[in-house]
Design a protein around this ligand. Structure first.
Ligand code: ARG
Length: 265
């Protein structure tokens, strides 16, 4: 009997051990990142001017510049992993990547699964339609079909409004759904809308797409980290707060020709 009890106990301890180490990967500290010599970020580079692909297919944009500055301060190199937006947060929660860098809006729901850094800017959702569209405002979207990027706040917001939502893994596909007439409107974050619409209209040689003047929602952008990584997050926040206060963030928006809205008034 004694043997049976100790065997059961041993098995129980082993199971506990496996679940403790196997299921939840360890949270990283600044020392861990320094030892690794790199900060690994997860990004969906279909979101200009925050992150997109440059001429040489490298990832460029405001957030990449911000993270490069953060890495410089921490004394590590920046390693960029690309993926669809819907994989960014799960990749961070599983501990595969150190920071999610994807124009991520802070939401209460997401904050249950990730630790957000301080917000560094504000954005809104914009409505994009074709030049010949009868849709002129948010009210006209009722009973209409809209395209969005899967898992984004556009997806969440439009679904909550009761619109018929067609969600795509990439922003380019969401745009194509509109230009090919599969949806009535495309809902996307305002600054990215400006960049992508400008590019599309340039390619078409005409004002094929327009952004409606009525913006929806109010969304602070931040970077997402694994829950529990408070120490590393505090170090990153220190750099971000400095960059907000000394105007570096604002000047990065200017570099990319984008208007800057500060999250602190
Ligand atoms: N701000 C929106 C959100 O958090 C959209 C972000 C999309 N980002 C991207 N890199 N495609 O849901």
């Amino acid at each position: 009997m004694k043997k049976l009890i100790s065997l059961t106990l041993a098995i129980l301890m082993l199971a506990l051990c496996v679940s403790a180490t196997g299921c939840s990967s360890k949270v990283k500290t600044l020392a861990d990142v320094k030892a690794a010599g790199e900060l690994v970020i997860a990004t969906s580079p279909d979101f200009p001017p925050f992150e997109s692909l440059g001429e040489g297919n490298e990832v460029v944009g405001i957030e990449i510049d911000i993270l490069n500055a953060v890495c410089e301060k921490l004394g590590v190199k920046l390693t960029i992993k690309r993926m669809d937006f819907e994989s960014v947060i799960p990749g961070v929660t599983s501990g595969k990547y150190d920071v999610g860098v994807s124009g991520i809006t802070i939401t209460e729901e997401r904050a249950k699964n990730v630790l957000f850094t301080v917000p560094y800017c504000l954005a809104q959702q914009a409505i994009v339609v074709t030049a010949d569209s009868a849709i002129a405002s948010k009210a006209d979207l009722e009973n209409k079909t809209v395209s969005v990027q899967k898992g984004t706040t556009a997806d969440i917001f439009c679904s909550a409004q009761g619109y018929t939502v067609k969600a795509f893994s990439g922003n380019t596909e969401a745009e194509l759904a509109l230009t090919s007439g599969k949806v009535d409107a495309w809902v996307i974050d305002d600054l990215t809308a400006v960049e992508m619409v400008k590019q599309y209209n340039e390619d078409q040689g005409k004002e094929a797409l327009i952004i409606l003047p009525e913006a929806m929602t109010n969304e602070p952008y931040a970077f997402a980290m694994k829950l529990g990584s408070d120490e590393l997050c505090a170090e990153i926040n220190k750099v971000l707060n400095e960059m907000i206060a000394d105007g570096t963030i604002a000047s990065l928006f200017e570099k990319y020709g984008a208007p800057y809205t500060s999250p602190v008034n």
